[in-house]
Design a protein around this ligand. Structure first.
Ligand code: OOB
Length: 542
């Protein structure tokens, strides 16, 4: 087994260790520690299940043995696509215990995305739920294994059908579990928001990730009395680690898994479990603000509502305390690393108007103009960052690495921000052409490529448009060839492509031509910007 590594320069790594950011803990070692301290404390609540720390660890060990007995070797990558069910935790801690490397996919991902993750990660396994939201993942698993034969083992949580199920894994009696990982090893691969083309894989080490959620749990003042509701899909970095389910378990808090983030599903859980903190993307926060005044469920236990993933506008942010009676925390983070929080005791103006400040004193933040020079204090510029939990490279992707990282290791976030005199960041927009649809990031390029696969599409340009509910929606400008298809038919065709549903354009606008300059074609970036501007001007003039 050759463990995957992340490439902090040795002197940086030494500094992060000496400063106590990296403490040499692993996922397995921290869970063991909680089991020692609070074996019978309820750690995970979901569906009918209420698992103590001891039970969580015992289940993880059983899964670890079963997976090794099935034929996995330490170091193998395993795509995990599970919704918010308790098994998400037992499976993932089981993978860590067996020294297998999870690759986190979202429940919304479909064949194209999963096959891409499996290939890029060189995965040997794929763990899915039987069913979620009316979708049978075993069918998807059939398609993925047919397309990527290197994925030898599928394990299903629930009825396996043709595949083994988690409950009927070999007992693995006699299987010797490997020694624990070196904390500097890559623990898992996370999925990037995908600003250009297909998503990239983000290698996170035990050292760096545990630091990020340990510090997040402190910032959010989690304790064994806290109850964290995972409302968003836990495979996403925000509910996973900011402080998310891992930060909560680290702090000895209880986690409650909601099957859906809707008020209908979440409010009764808040009341029943006395939830103290949860995190949402802005459109869901708006739904909660709308539903709370008339709900019959008691939401009084809620102390903190975190909102992040996309910009939460001040007008909405201001309503959180009066309507929900709790403190708002804005969270501006990215799966590549850097996470910013407003602090719980910050003045209201900071909480409402800014997206917070970095977790760590060791987070280095640059705000540069397009020529690479620092902007004057208080002006908007491109955000670059490096630090003890921000990656230095994507997995197996030299092209993206050359674009996304500077030679001295800064990650170009693609976000345009301002910094306040107090050191808080205010997100202004972004430089890259992705669509942030209710916190789900969509690459314009990826969708254009798909549209070009349709016989009636001559050219396509995908842009974001402001949307009162989603924040941004996607709009595809299309030049048709031959018979002009109906917008609905084109959307329906996109749905058959094996893509996550959130990537299907919300709106389709047919145009006769894209502009070109006298010299030749304008860049895709300019083209998208011009189409967006002209469309919005036309709309405003109506
Ligand atoms: C989170 O992570 P990703 O990787 O899905 O997306 C990162 C991008 C950021 O670069 C930024 O463009 C946008 O999402 N974003 C925000 C934001 N939070 C994220 N834009 C404006 N305001 C915010 N509060 O989205 C993520 C990861 C960890 C914690 C929270 C969010």
């Amino acid at each position: 087994m050759i463990p995957l590594r992340q490439v902090w320069p040795p002197e940086c790594a030494a500094r992060y260790r000496a400063a106590g950011y990296w403490r040499g803990e692993t996922f397995t070692s921290f869970l063991r520690q909680r089991v020692r301290e609070m074996p019978d404390h309820i750690a995970v609540v979901g569906g009918e299940a209420r698992w103590t720390f001891v039970e969580l660890e015992a289940r993880a060990e059983r899964i670890a043995r079963g997976l090794l007995a099935l034929g996995f070797q330490p170091g193998d990558r395993v795509v995990v696509q599970l919704p918010n069910i308790p098994e998400f935790l037992s499976v993932v801690f089981g993978l860590f215990r067996a020294r297998l490397v999870p690759v986190y996919a979202l429940p919304a991902h479909r064949q194209i995305e999963i096959a891409h993750f499996a290939r890029t990660a060189e995965a040997r396994g794929y763990i899915v739920a039987q069913n979620h939201d009316g979708f049978d993942y075993r069918t998807l698993a059939q398609q993925v294994t047919a397309e990527v034969p290197a994925v030898e083992h599928v394990v299903v949580v629930g009825e396996g059908g043709d595949f083994p199920s988690l409950d009927t894994l070999p007992s693995g009696e006699g299987v010797v579990l490997p020694e624990d990982a070196d904390p500097s090893e890559v623990a898992f691969l996370q999925i990037s928001g995908g600003s250009t083309g297909l998503s990239k894989l983000i290698p996170r080490t035990h050292d760096d990730y545990i630091y990020s959620f340990r510090a997040s749990a402190e910032i959010c003042q989690l304790s064994p009395d806290s109850v964290y509701l995972a409302a968003l899909p836990v495979a996403h970095n925000f509910p996973m680690s900011s402080p998310g389910v891992f930060g909560a378990l680290y702090a000895g808090s209880r986690i409650v898994l909601a099957p859906s983030p809707s008020p209908e599903a979440a409010f009764p859980l808040i009341a029943r479990e006395r939830v103290t903190i949860t995190g949402l993307v802005p459109p869901l926060a708006l739904l909660w603000l709308q539903a709370a005044p008339t709900t019959t469920h008691d939401l009084s236990s809620l102390q903190v509502l975190q909102v992040g993933g996309a910009k939460f506008l001040p007008e909405s942010a201001r309503r959180v305390r009066p309507v929900l009676g709790c403190t708002l925390q804005q969270v501006f983070g990215m799966a590549e690393g850097l996470v910013n929080y407003t602090r719980l005791d910050d003045p209201d103006e900071i909480i409402v108007e800014t997206q917070g400040r970095p977790i760590s004193d060791a987070d280095e933040v640059l705000i540069l103009d397009d020529a690479g020079h620092p902007v004057p204090e208080g002006e908007a510029g491109n955000l670059l960052t490096r630090g003890p939990y921000t990656i230095r490279a994507y997995h197996n992707n030299d092209g993206a690495n050359a674009r996304a990282f500077t030679p001295d290791g800064y990650y170009r976030t693609g976000d345009v921000v301002k910094r306040t005199p107090e050191g808080y960041l205010v997100v202004q927009g972004r430089a890259s052409d992705h669509i942030n649809r209710a916190g789900e990031k969509i690459s314009a390029e990826e969708i254009e490529d798909h549209l070009l696969g349709h016989p009636s599409v001559f050219d396509a340009a995908v842009v974001s448009l402001p949307d009162a509910f989603l924040g941004e929606r996607s709009c595809a400008f299309i030049i048709a060839q031959g018979e002009k298809p109906k917008a609905a038919a084109l959307k329906a065709w996109m749905r058959t492509r094996g893509l996550a549903d959130f990537k299907v354009p919300d709106q389709i606008v047919f145009v006769d031509a894209f502009e070109t300059t006298a010299v030749g074609k304008v860049s895709r970036k300019e083209l998208r910007a011009n189409l967006r501007r002209r469309f919005l001007e036309q709309e405003a003039a109506r």
